[in-house]
Design a protein around this ligand. Sequence first.
Ligand code: ATP
Length: 248
Amino acid sequence: TGAETLLEVNNVEVIYNHVILVLKGVSLNVPKGGITALLGGNGAGKTTTLKAISNLLHSERGEVTKGSIKYKGEEVQDLDPAKLVKKGVIQVMEGRHCFEHLTVEENLMTGAYTRNDGAGAVAADLEMVYSYFPRLRERRKSQAGYTSGGEQQMCAIGRALMSRPETILLDEPSMGLAPQLVEQIFGIVKAVNEGEGVSFLLAEQNTNVALRFAHYGYILESGRVVMDGPAADLRENPDVKEFYLGVG
Ligand code: ATP
């Protein structure tokens, strides 16, 4: 389709600790308004790709040694994560990362800290988040640390939404969650994508569920994209079926 490309990762190489080559020239595009899945097994390099985009590799002694990362045509590789949030790109890290001692609602409000468009707009967006996540409204006064894994994942996505992002980088939302909850969370991601026009780049080991909700997929193996295509085509691809979908 003719959708504008928001994020353009071009031939990116990442090395950890100066010697461990983990991404070996990864290229991918995230179009405006789409859900793009980044698939692959444990250790394939999905998290590393997201962190390269968000410029979060330094604390892990990783660096981008080749290639370019552009958002709306502008090189963003050296921007710190807070500046990237201002440009509309926010990452939801693997493992959820809510502030355990804050309530669910306080967690959501921390997502709005970079905004300066007034309390009214922020309050309206809190309502918007609750409309997608009714469970968070029910739990709004609960301390996040005492909520379930699924609720914490919802809280992390809801907090990202409070920054009014254009693009969310979502790392492994299914991790540790029961199948029904995974289904529910992907359903909400799709509803947010359609209702708010938020674009997603979603790293996921659960190929099956990701390819049912995404529009397009990239499959990473050992730091390289080995296949990509519309999600519907990947679902029907014999190799994807055999190696990733568990059906022969
Ligand atoms: P997972 O689902 O486990 O997060 P992934 O596809 O996201 O898998 P990455 O976390 O990006 O994979 O890891 C890719 C490779 O890089 C793995 O082999 C991992 O051991 C290695 N790696 C990750 N972080 C570091 C680090 N800080 N230092 C050295 N090697 C690392």
